[in-house]
Design a protein around this ligand. Structure first.
Ligand code: GDP
Ligand code: IMO
Ligand code: MG
Length: 429
């Protein structure tokens, strides 16, 4: 029995899709515990590239059952568009299951997401505009619509009406928008009912029974630690808990069952959207990482902001998530750059911080303290063992391991499934 949590250690796009794909073939279930179609996970299989937004990347592993967990917010239009797109490419999505407790994104959530961003002006968060925040807000306010509501038309009607009482006041009086017609909303949700109903399950019982039977479950987190609404760079975060504790909640698997907490971390750092980013680069190296690393958002097509590896952040993520293992991705992008700076601590208004500062204001003032290591010039994309790596690349990885508070078990040397060095297998934990 293995229950593996896989989460992003930085600000997202660390390569969680690829890491899931590598493990997906050897687990029985891949469950997405948080987020929605704000994610963008890339999986490269041979010459084919898949970009998953709402579905867990495990949908591409034929032997695994993909599950959308109770902690996810589901946009039905996006769900069926993605399913149809994958089916058209020959993938089999028939095993996909959706938790009865997963919340549904409504068109009014997307309107509210965009309009609240506009009202924030220069303080905007730079959301993906997918309605994620407003849907989670409704969940916590107890006026959300859940997948199971589709199974009872009378309940669905009541819930839509209850949600719209306040929503329409906000839309019309505050934001000068049109009111939403409850009947139109009912028809919107019910138009997906026939396709959705057979997928709805009691995912918590299903996953825990599977673990009881000795099966393997992988929880594939969306987003990342620094985007966590509790532990990230609030308010420049998403509205879920994309950390390992959040994965337990979002999948309904108790913390005592977790056998591995695997952090996915880039050999440098990127961020999409607004918010503080101490190691961000505004010089030619930022542009270099952006171009050579192909750092363009899968979901919104925005260029990712780029910077050097931040080990303060890595240590923090190791702590918050209780990482047992790290998967360092994109080492190949650093080939041939001469010298690689690593942030080892922050200077905050003249005071050295080896750990995350307590307050947001301090974090905004954090200036990285760097040490540098020499880079290698050899092409490493064909390396398959640690010993294959040039000495300087080995030294860089060893230093990251010393600084990051967790052992490094996997190293990515290219986007392909096989372009991975495995030092330790999390299924052995
Ligand atoms: P996710 O959101 O964490 O799944 O990551 P994304 O898919 O948004 O972004 C990661 C990008 O890096 C994708 O284009 C991957 O194909 C690519 N990638 C993943 N691992 C590696 C690696 O080790 N080397 C290189 N060059 N690309 C990688
Ligand atoms: P994956 O799973 C990178 C960012 C947005 C914005 C903030 C809030 O591919 O790593 P939201 O729409 O969630 O309310 O936006 O969070 N964000 C991501 N950035 N990768 C993601 O997902 C992200 N999901 C949300 O850019 O700054
Ligand atoms: Mg992504």
């Amino acid at each position: 029995m293995a229950a593996i949590v896989l989460v992003g250690a930085q600000w997202g796009d660390e390569g969680k899709g690829k890491a899931t794909d590598i493990l997906g073939g050897r687990v029985d279930y891949v469950v997405k515990p948080n987020g929605g179609n704000n994610a963008g996970h890339t999986v490269v299989v041979g010459d084919s590239k898949y970009e998953l937004k709402l579905l867990p990347a495990g949908v591409l592993s034929p032997s695994a059952t993909p599950v959308i967990g109770n902690g996810v917010v589901v946009n039905l239009e996006a769900l069926f568009e993605e399913i149809d797109g994958l089916e058209a490419r020959g993938a089999d999505t028939s095993k996909l299951r959706i938790s009865a407790n997963a919340h549904l994104v409504a068109p009014y959530h997307q309107i509210l997401d965009r309009v609240t961003e506009r009202f924030l002006g220069k303080r905007a968060i730079g959301t993906t505009g997918r309605g994620i925040g407003p849907t989670y807000a409704d969940k916590v306010s107890r006026v959300g619509i859940r997948a199971q509501d589709i199974l009872d038309e009378s309940i669905l009607r009541q819930k839509i009406e209850a949600a719209l009482v306040q929503k329409n006041q906000t839309l019309v009086k505050l934001y000068n928008r049109n009111a939403i017609d409850p009947d139109a909303m009912f028809d919107y949700f019910m138009s997906y009912a026939e396709r959705l109903k057979p997928m709805i399950v009691d995912s918590v019982t299903m996953l825990n029974n599977a673990l009881d039977e000795g099966k393997h479950v992988l929880m594939e987190g969306g987003q990342a630690t620094m985007l966590d609404v509790d532990h990230g760079t609030y308010p420049f975060v998403t509205s879920s808990n994309p950390t390992s504790g959040g994965a337990c909640v979002g999948a309904g698997i108790g913390p005592t069952r977790i056998t591995s907490s695997l952090g996915i971390i880039k050999a440098y750092t990127t961020r999409v959207g607004a918010g503080p980013f101490p190691t961000e680069l505004f010089d030619k190296w930022g542009e270099y990482l952006q171009t050579v690393g192909g750092e363009v958002g899968v979901n919104t097509g925005r260029k990712r902001r780029c910077g050097w590896y931040d080990s303060v952040l890595a240590r923090y993520a190791s702590q918050v998530n209780g990482f047992t293992d790290l998967f360092v991705t994109k080492l190949d992008v650093l080939t041939g750059i001469g010298e690689i700076p690593i942030c080892v601590a922050y200077d905050v208004d003249g005071v050295r911080h080896d750990t995350m500062p307590m307050t947001q204001s301090e974090f905004h003032h954090a200036v990285p303290i760097y040490e540098t290591m020499p880079a290698w010039d050899e092409d490493i994309t064909g390396c398959r063992t640690f010993e294959d790596l040039p000495g300087k690349a080995q030294d860089y990885i060893n230093r990251l391991e010393e600084l990051s508070g967790c052992r490094i078990s996997y190293i990515g040397v290219g986007p392909g499934r096989d372009q991975t060095i495995v030092l330790h297998d999390v299924l052995d934990n």
